[in-house]
Design a protein around this ligand. Structure first.
Ligand SMILES: NC(=O)c1ccc[n+]([C@@H]2O[C@H](COP(=O)([O-])OP(=O)(O)OC[C@H]3O[C@@H](n4cnc5c(N)ncnc54)[C@H](O)[C@@H]3O)[C@@H](O)[C@H]2O)c1
Ligand SMILES: O=C(O)[C@H](O)COP(=O)(O)O
Length: 528
């Protein structure tokens, strides 16, 4: 039974769903990295929010880990390249808390406009400072969104409802989408110069880090108010402090900080600053949503192989997974066959699908081919890390989908380009018997690729099969099945022999086969 650790505070629904789906679950929150390091090796899954840091050290110790599930959106606390390299799927729940977070941004905007936190403190202190707390109206003001994805577009919708004009800077926002969500797409400098309120809704990346730098803040309108419910690090905190102190920025409302938990921060105590402790996603509704979603996604993966909302692997629904399963087996075998035969000469790989296979999502099939192909060099390669490893090795990977009718109801072809030319193998699915090789390097040969096998290329001549049989027999190697193919129907050409054998063959036996007359190539193969 797969075992999951919930390492950050999560709604109890998550544990309930794991148990209902046949996944054992432990809930141990608030651990130090050292404590987590000691126990992580026991788990197949790790369910987190933003507190647990999934570092390369944690991943190294996580010898059984298959999936990290983030109950929330931001995954900057997970080292995704390191997880991918280890073959660990990283999933998030991209929509479960977006309304709640957008509402928090809107609440922050109101709080800034009317100075609600300090007006509250002053009133409860008995000061009745009516004239001190003069506010501003939101109606007709310009709201500048930096980032107009899920949360940004919900904020836009709410702000338009408040009769604000919304402009957005987001290099990935299309003009059509901008029109659809009712915002004007603008350049960053344009936004900085026009917005009365600026709200941040991007992930923290190399491009967005300090996007509100001292230089950018200097371009904003005097009296601008700034909201950040996205990620600390988007705003230069020192520059913001200066701008608040000078009065150029009239107010800032922050939910996120460069260092979290932010028990100390240089900004604390600055005038006109409102702070919340990373509460953007903290409503009971959002927490139930993300807990249910993350547990369902992780259980799907661990129990059925379904992949949803993965950041380092193509999606594969729980309905699709059983349909794709035999194809993955076929793709892995074909990849393994060319990987074992063409080895490190491979420069490029092309994966073609036709017939029924062309109706399926091709990405998982390609990932399985690459995993099979690279298993010749790596024990830890799987469908998650295979595309990354392929990229790292500089393999040119192509996918081709044929609409045409072929000889088989379904076909997957794997072609590799090597320094010695192109080579291609193809396989199909046969009724209930599953994956079967049907063509190899231009020769029709049918074989089930499993266990230990021997691949021989020879000149087609009488008596050859007998001499192979007796050479193997003398070495006590039992032949299970014989699969034969030749380049043309005319005898005497090049032939391929694929033998399934009951035990691996040692080097001296391979050498003896190699010495038989007409033999061009001999190679021992192994399939899982
Ligand atoms: N405070 C919280 O508790 C809380 C809760 C949920 C999400 N978040 C954070 O909010 C942020 C937005 O979440 P989302 O669900 O809207 O994400 P999203 O992926 O739907 O949207 C992000 C948008 O940022 C845009 N973007 C990327 N790079 C950009 C750049 N260089 N300049 C401008 N725009 C850029 C993208 O095109 C995208 O449209 C994330 O950082 C997430 O972690 C915080
Ligand atoms: O990215 C997110 O989903 C938010 O930052 C929420 O973080 P939390 O789960 O730690 O509240």
């Amino acid at each position: 039974m797969p075992k999951v650790l919930i390492s950050d505070k999560m709604d109890p629904k998550a544990a309930e769903i794991f148990r209902d789906r046949g996944v054992e679950v432990d809930e141990i929150t608030g651990q130090t990295p050292e404590e987590l390091l000691k126990i992580i090796g026991d788990y197949d899954g790790l369910a987190i929010r933003s507190s647990t840091k999934v570092t390369p050290e944690i991943l190294d110790a996580a010898t059984n880990l298959k999936v990290v599930g983030r109950a929330g959106i931001g995954v900057d606390n997970v080292d995704i390249p390191a997880a991918s390299a280890k073959g660990v799927v990283v999933m998030n729940t991209p929509f479960g808390n977006s309304i709640t977070t957008a509402e928090h941004a809107i609440a922050m905007m109101f709080a800034l406009a009317r100075q609600l936190p300090s007006a509250d403190a002053s009133t409860q202190a008995g000061k009745w400072e009516k004239s001190k707390y003069m506010g501003v109206e939101l109606t007709s003001k310009t709201l500048g969104l930096i980032g107009a994805g899920n949360i940004g577009s919900i904020v836009a919708e709410r702000a338009i409802g408040l009769r604000m004009k919304v402009i957005a800077y987001d290099p990935f926002l299309t003009e059509d989408r901008a029109v659809e969500i009712g915002v004007e797409k603008v350049a960053l400098d344009d936004l900085l110069g026009r917005a009365d309120f600026i709200t941040m809704h991007t992930p923290l990346t190399d491009q967005t880090r300090n996007i509100l730098s001292a230089e950018a803040l200097a371009k904003t309108r005097p009296g601008v108010r700034i909201i950040n419910c996205a990620r600390g690090g988007l705003i230069d905190e020192t520059a913001l402090k200066d701008a608040l102190e000078s009065g150029h920025v009239a107010g800032a409302a922050l939910d996120v900080y460069a260092e979290e938990p932010a028990k100390e921060n240089p900004l604390f105590g600055t005038p006109n600053l409102i702070c919340t402790p990373h509460l953007g996603a903290s409503t009971s509704e959002a927490q139930v949503n993300v807990a249910i979603q993350v547990a369902e996604q992780m259980a799907d993966y661990l129990v059925n192989g379904g992949v949803t909302n993965a950041l380092n692997m193509p999606s594969l629904s729980a309905e699709q997974a059983p349909k794709l399963k035999p194809y993955m087996a076929l793709a892995t075998q074909l990849g393994s066959l060319v990987g074992q035969l063409a080895g490190d000469q491979i420069r490029g790989v092309s994966v073609e699908v036709e017939g029924a296979a062309a109706e399926l999502d091709q990405k998982p099939i390609t990932a399985a081919v690459l995993a099979g192909l690279m298993r010749a060099y790596s024990d830890t390669v799987n469908m998650v890390n295979a595309p990354y490893l392929a990229k790292e090795r500089g393999l040119d990977v192509r996918e081709v989908r044929h609409e045409r009718e072929g000889d088989y109801h379904t076909l997957v072809r794997v072609s590799v380009s090597t320094s010695e030319g192109d080579k291609s193998v193809a396989g199909t699915l046969f009724g209930s018997s599953g994956p079967r090789l049907v063509e190899m390097f231009g020769i029709k040969v049918e074989a089930d690729l499993e266990g230990d096998m021997l691949y021989i290329v020879n000149e087609d001549q009488p008596g050859f099969i007998g001499s192979v049989g007796s050479t193997l027999g003398q070495a006590d190697v039992n032949i299970g099945t014989f699969h034969l193919g030749r380049r043309s129907d005319v005898p005497g050409g090049e032939a391929v022999l694929l033998l399934s054998i009951d035990s691996p063959v040692e080097e001296p036996v391979l050498w003896s086969v190699c010495q038989l007359e007409g033999v061009k190539t001999v190679k021992a193969l192994r399939f899982e």
